[in-house]
Design a protein around this ligand. Structure first.
Ligand SMILES: [Zn+2]
Length: 364
């Protein structure tokens, strides 16, 4: 893996120590250091000023950007203070040093993950940070959409299944399990917003999604960045995923002609992998919420990566009944399978907690 540390306009002690500590670990693991402007870098570490957070000027969207910052606050306030810095610096992960706890770093992810990493000494801390960050940084994101205006006319107005999806959104909103979408347009300039859309193909940061099988190869799925409590139009709020094209790495969507489509949820690749591997799965609900006792993925891979899909497929396939299961996605949320949305919600009612516990240990 090729990596670079960005130049810092200001000398921050926390940045200097991160650069030295992580640099040593990266070199020991045989990774190749490069210049920040090298277009071939896979991972860029960059300092994020808490006052004027700026994105790393990446040349390529395959570059995974890891921001680092320091804040003089208590961990309880960390997510609300630091999450806007993650977004404004357009980082894929943000490493935060809290001034009153130099032996711990906190890692924030776009999925609202927020967890501490510490070590017995500085060397151990950086080794642990490396182990938590590099699998994320080297995972494969599938975010391109190809829209074909070939949706059969009888599906333009949706089906009973898409109506049930809209109803599910309203129920989950009533349960208080749809976190408020992050007001991304308010904290980014028009140019940064376009940059972010180009990089990740997202329609906004709203959390959670729903999907339901249409037939053996196709499924309906909620769009990216829409209010899940108000799903209405086919092609705009709910899309028909008809496949995945390996050659172009595109998620393929059938839309009605004349509709300006929204992008499908970034988790479409994960759901595609599940529906195509496990025929018994008929519908899925993904929430940034938790169910105690669910089997948990080992690594919190980013949404929309093949690695995340593989982990969830593997855990589902290992369940006694993959068609009716709850899988915990570490430091992120749950994916629940079922026959239809009604049946899933019936199983979930009263069992879901809004707070996702943040865990570090690998599951045995
Ligand atoms: Zn999610």
């Amino acid at each position: 893996m090729r990596y670079a540390f960005a130049d810092s306009p200001v000398t921050y002690p926390w940045w200097t120590s991160l650069q030295e500590g992580l640099g040593e670990v990266l070199a020991r693991h045989g990774h190749e250091a490069a210049q920040p402007l090298d277009p071939g870098i896979q991972v860029a570490f960059h300092p994020v000023s808490p006052l004027h957070p700026q994105p790393f000027p990446r040349k390529h969207r395959a570059t995974f950007s890891i921001g680092a910052t320091a804040l003089p606050i208590r961990p309880e306030r960390l997510i609300s203070e630091a999450y806007p810095l993650l977004i404004r610096s357009i980082s894929n992960a943000l490493v935060v040093t809290l001034e009153d706890d130099p032996d711990t770093r906190w890692v924030l992810t776009p999925e609202l993950g927020c967890y501490p990493v510490s070590g017995t000494d500085a060397a151990d801390l950086y080794e642990n940070l490396y182990e938590r960050l590099v699998p994320l940084a080297t995972s494969h994101l599938i975010i391109d959409n190809r829209f074909d205006p070939d949706l059969p006319e009888e599906l333009w107005q949706g089906t009973p299944a898409t109506e049930e999806m809209a109803w599910t959104g309203r129920v989950v909103a009533e349960w208080g399990l749809l976190p408020t979408p992050f007001p991304i347009r308010e904290v980014l300039s028009e140019e940064q917003w376009r940059h972010l859309q180009h990089l990740y193909g997202i329609g906004g940061l709203s959390y959670g999604n729903f999907s339901i099988r249409h037939d053996a190869t196709r499924f309906w799925m909620s769009a990216s960045g829409v209010d899940k409590g108000n799903l209405r139009e086919v092609g705009r709020d709910i899309l028909l995923v008809k496949g995945f094209d390996e050659a172009s790495q595109c998620v393929l969507l059938s839309v009605p002609p004349g509709v300006k489509p929204r992008r499908v949820s970034v988790d479409a690749i994960e759901h595609h992998m599940i529906y195509s591997t496990l025929p018994e799965v008929r519908a899925m609900v993904h929430l940034h919420a938790w169910v105690t006792g669910a089997p948990v993925t080992r690594m919190n891979y980013p949404c929309g990566t093949v690695e995340m899909g593989r982990e969830v497929v593997g855990l589902l396939a290992a369940q006694p009944d993959p068609g009716h299961a709850v899988i915990g996605m570490r430091n992120h949320g749950i994916t629940v399978t079922g026959d239809n949305f009604h049946e899933i919600l019936e199983r979930l009612e009263g069992r879901v907690q809004a707070q996702v516990p943040m865990q570090l240990e690998a599951v045995q």
